[in-house]
Design a protein around this ligand. Structure first.
Ligand code: PEP
Ligand code: MG
Length: 606
């Protein structure tokens, strides 16, 4: 196997070694094995430059305007081809936004002015404006604005292709069967034209989990990996490639053995997931009947509820509402939020839905909030600290949640609580909002469950005090580990120290569970730790009541819980607590599971 960094010379010579692996972000699950269809890169870098004579200028302006009109007509045709009921029906607004962007002041007027005043030919003028816009957006540390720079490129590229007389379409709808689409980037208009039957997977250089194309590929159920940086420069049309949307791994020029392995993995996973789905429908009761754990799903988007329900979730343990706020220039209205919360609650009836209030700050930025940049954002004005600071935004969210609570079993989850004062302040705002709704005669679910995320070490230390104030506690291990072990979860240099099974982490969890039990309060866990099979026996042994995880892990976790006895888990937990190192505990737990369930453990690690 060859790693990307070790074959620089191979890129230059055009020979890509067999089994070259590159890692990106898996944004849509599943595996695709097939032949690359490489989409040309955007053409802005290769435009001809010419100084116009004064007489040529009016015609050049007209040529530019005509090209914009043609691009607009084409986008309108693509837009109208998305019929009602099409999987992308909900996303067609993205194309409307692109149609409007064609007449964006900077892009449209800026190009016209460069032709008229700078005597530049249309292609040159437009490509320069596109470069300027990108440079301006790039200097801002905001994911939303970076995405907008990509939108400008998508529409600008469309116009450039028309001006240059090169195909303005990438023939998305004419891809040969078994294609793996590789592109520097993929515009929403390109994605909208894909035929699900021909495209086995997508791999792109740029883009993240919340990019428009990622959202659309999930809706189309096409496996996809983005953020691969160089994939479009490494492969040629016709190359064989494997795209694993579950792990974010892409393998270029796989040899026969690798293809065989991945075909097996594809088949195994298909059969395995199929056979496991039956477990999703069963309760997670330990073999001896001594403990029942509620298994729930984490979601970021309303669209994910279907998958969560199909995998057997018994409710939503964490709805990360910040995704309603990220990736847009304005704040979501109360009505819009109400619609989203109501939809999730209605789809999960009679199970509970845990709506986490806005957890913005840290690595999650909402440009609409215009927050100042901080030196140490993970410890800065984040989550509830921020919400208590922007009371109007917080109250709007609480109004929407309280109104939606009429439509199911709603639980409110407050992130990043670090002291009791924050609990009191939040409760007082909640009461204020309830009163306002009552005064306005607006129906609302008055007695929703009130819970907090325990993800800051100080919250663990006062878990007994907090437990008296709430209906449930949910342990957020992703942050609890970073704060308790002093490891920035976004910093790749210290990632190796991020140990889920650190004895300190296990002791913190035990302390929270004990506090919950002492005060009769449910204790759940919604960090990534909850969905990894290796951790399940010790979490059962520790007495956790609920586990919330990514939907795909639910069946295997239920199967595991149903196969182990609480007594064995207690014994295992006792032994693990005698151990000194995370590695020792990890090896012990891995052996414990492997000895009992070798096949399942192997597969769940794939
Ligand atoms: C956590 O910190 O464990 C958690 C669930 O929240 P997030 O990953 O969204 O910070
Ligand atoms: Mg967190």
């Amino acid at each position: 196997m060859m790693d990307i960094d070790s074959f620089g010379s191979a890129i230059i010579s055009g020979e890509i070694p067999k089994n070259t692996m590159i890692k990106g972000v898996g944004v849509s699950v599943g595996i695709g094995i097939g032949q690359v269809v490489l989409m040309e890169r955007l053409v802005a870098d290769t435009c001809p430059c010419r100084i116009l004579s004064p007489e040529e200028i009016p015609d050049e302006v007209a040529r530019f305007e005509a090209a914009v009109e043609t691009a607009e007509n084409r986008l309108r045709t693509i837009r109208s081809s998305i019929e009602s009921g099409h999987p992308l029906d909900d996303h067609s607004y993205i194309l409307d936004a692109h149609i409007m962007l064609l007449r964006d002041k900077m892009l449209y007027e800026g190009t016209r002015q460069s032709i008229e005043k700078g005597s530049q030919n249309a292609e040159w003028a437009l490509s320069e404006i596109m470069a300027k816009i990108t440079a301006a957006f790039d200097s801002i540390d905001d994911d939303y604005l970076k995405e907008r720079a990509r939108d400008v490129h998508f529409v600008g590229d469309r116009v450039l292709r028309i001006l240059l007389g090169v195909s303005s379409e990438k023939k998305m709808h004419q891809l040969p069967p078994n294609s793996i689409l590789v592109s520097h980037d993929l515009s929403p208009a390109d994605t909208a034209q894909l035929k699900r039957e021909s495209v086995l997977a997508i791999a792109t250089d740029v883009g993240g989990k919340t990019s428009h194309s990622a959202i659309m590929s999930r809706s189309l159920k096409i496996p996809a990996v983005t953020g691969l940086e160089k994939v479009s420069r490494l492969v040629q049309t016709g190359d064989t490639i494997i795209v694993d949307g579950s792990t974010g791994l892409v393998i270029i020029n796989p040899d026969a053995e690798m293809i065989f392995r991945y075909r097996q993995r594809q088949e195994l996973l298909r059969n395995y997931h199929q056979s496991l789905l039956a477990y999703g429908r069963l309760p997670a009761v330990t073999r001896d009947g001594a403990r029942t754990i509620r298994v729930l799903a984490n979601i970021e988007l309303v669209d994910e509820v279907d998958i969560a329900v199909a995998h057997g979730c018994e409710g939503i343990g964490l709805f990360r509402t910040e995704y309603l706020f990220i990736g847009r220039p304005d704040l979501p209205t109360e009505e819009e939020q109400f619609g989203a919360y109501k939809a999730v609650l209605s789809l999960n009836k009679p199970y509970p839905v845990t709506i986490r209030t806005l957890d913005i700050g840290g690595d999650k930025i909402a440009s609409s909030l215009n927050l100042p940049r901080e030196t140490n954002p993970a410890m800065g004005l984040r989550a509830i600290r921020l919400c208590l600071n922007i009371k109007d935004v917080f109250k709007t969210q609480l109004r929407a949640i309280l109104r939606a609570a009429c439509f199911g079993h709603c639980r409110l989850l407050i992130p990043m609580i670090s002291c009791i004062t924050e609990v009191h302040a939040t409760k007082s705002i909640l009461e204020e909002v309830k009163q306002e709704l009552s005064n306005e005669g607006i129906p609302h679910g008055g007695d929703i469950d009130f819970g907090i995320l325990v993800e800051v070490p100080s919250a663990v230390a006062i878990a007994d005090l907090l437990a008296r104030e709430v209906d449930f506690l949910s342990i957020g291990t992703n942050d609890l580990i970073q704060y308790s072990l002093a490891i920035d979860r976004m910093n790749e240099h210290v990632n190796y120290l991020y140990d889920t099974l650190h004895p300190a982490v296990l002791r913190l969890i035990r302390q929270v569970v004990n506090a919950g039990q002492a005060y009769g309060v449910n204790v759940g866990m919604c960090g990534e730790m909850a969905g990894d099979p290796i951790n399940i026996p010790i979490l059962v042994g520790l007495g956790i009541d609920e586990l919330s995880m990514n939907a795909l892990s639910i069946p295997i976790v239920k199967k595991l819980i149903r196969s182990i006895s609480y007594e064995d888990c207690l014994e295992l937990t006792h032994q693990a607590f005698q151990m000194q190192s995370a590695q020792g505990i990890h090896d012990f737990l891995e052996k414990w599971i492997f000895d009992r369930f070798p096949g399942d453990y192997f597969l769940s690690q794939q």
